[in-house]
Design a protein around this ligand. Structure first.
Ligand code: DGL
Length: 271
């Protein structure tokens, strides 16, 4: 038995972990933030795939049987290759899940006119994963995507609530509406973005509903564990969370304590 692994390039996955813990508090979790190499969103397919595979292997080596890629960029660029090419050779009984499909599945319950706007990293947008997957689930929906390259650096550098962040938040939101004024639902397709939510809400100003992923991913994981009792049996249940980072652990702990609203301590690892 082992903890459920939760991986992100940096702090963003904490917005997913927080909701997963609220929904499934009894399980153990091992969080890994690759802060030393964040952001991933401007990196090539090959690099994101390599970094993500290294992180998944590190979590497997520490006892995880199930790993959630709490990162849209990694889910878009690495998940399928890891599931299809790597897992059979590493251990066919282990599982890696992403955050994009659990988000898309719920859109029909949220949108009224089928015009979906996606705000995400350049990597996620250029992969086309949201457009492709939404077209599979809901062929009548229309999608408009806008890459927001400045938003992850604002979060990673703890500038997410500074007055300077407002300019870049408004810029990308306005560009999205300029392209499709009838957008009624905006997906925050990057797990860092909920940390900018108050500013994003202000910029959207009621023009559309805003979808964050934490609760959707948490509900989807709960359902997955219910449907896969063999995996559930392999997830340890002590209610503990351990945090790993590839950067300075004190700095990580300080920021993560703010994001998680509770004291966090972290260990440094090399990937
Ligand atoms: N949190 C990530 C995501 O959901 C990635 C951010 C990044 O490293 O660029 O896409």
């Amino acid at each position: 038995m082992g903890p459920i692994g939760v991986f992100d390039s940096g702090y963003g996955g904490l917005t997913i972990l927080k909701e997963i813990r609220n929904t499934l508090p009894g399980y153990d979790y091992l969080y890994l933030g690759d802060n030393a190499r964040a952001p991933y969103g401007t990196r090539s397919f090959d690099v994101v795939y390599k970094f993500t595979l290294e992180a998944v292997k590190a979590l497997f080596a520490r006892g995880c049987e199930l790993v959630i890629l709490a990162c849209n960029t990694a889910s878009a660029k690495a998940l399928r290759s890891i599931q299809q090419k790597d897992l059979p050779g590493i251990d066919p009984d282990k599982r890696v899940l992403g955050v994009i499909v659990p988000t898309i599945e719920k859109l029909a319950e949220i949108t009224r006119n089928g015009n979906i706007g996606i705000l995400a990293t350049p990597g996620t947008v250029s992969s086309g994963t949201y457009d492709i997957e939404i077209a599979k689930f809901f062929p009548k929906f229309r999608t408009v995507s806008r890459a927001c390259p400045m938003w992850v650096p604002l979060v990673e550098n703890r500038e997410f609530d500074s007055p300077g962040a407002d300019y870049f938040v408004r810029k990308y939101v306005d560009e999205l509406f300029a392209e499709e004024p009838d957008t009624d639902t905006i997906v925050l397709g990057c797990t860092h973005y909920p940390l900018l939510l108050p500013k994003i809400e202000k910029a959207v100003a009621g023009r559309a509903g805003i979808v964050t992923q934490g609760k959707l991913v948490a509900e989807s994981l709960k359902d997955y564990l219910h449907r896969h009792p063999e995996m559930d049996a392999k997830c340890s249940k002590g209610g503990e969370v351990t945090y790993l980072t590839t950067e300075n652990p004190d700095r990580f702990a300080e920021s993560a304590s703010v994001f998680m609203e509770q004291p966090v301590s972290a260990q440094k690892i090399e990937l």
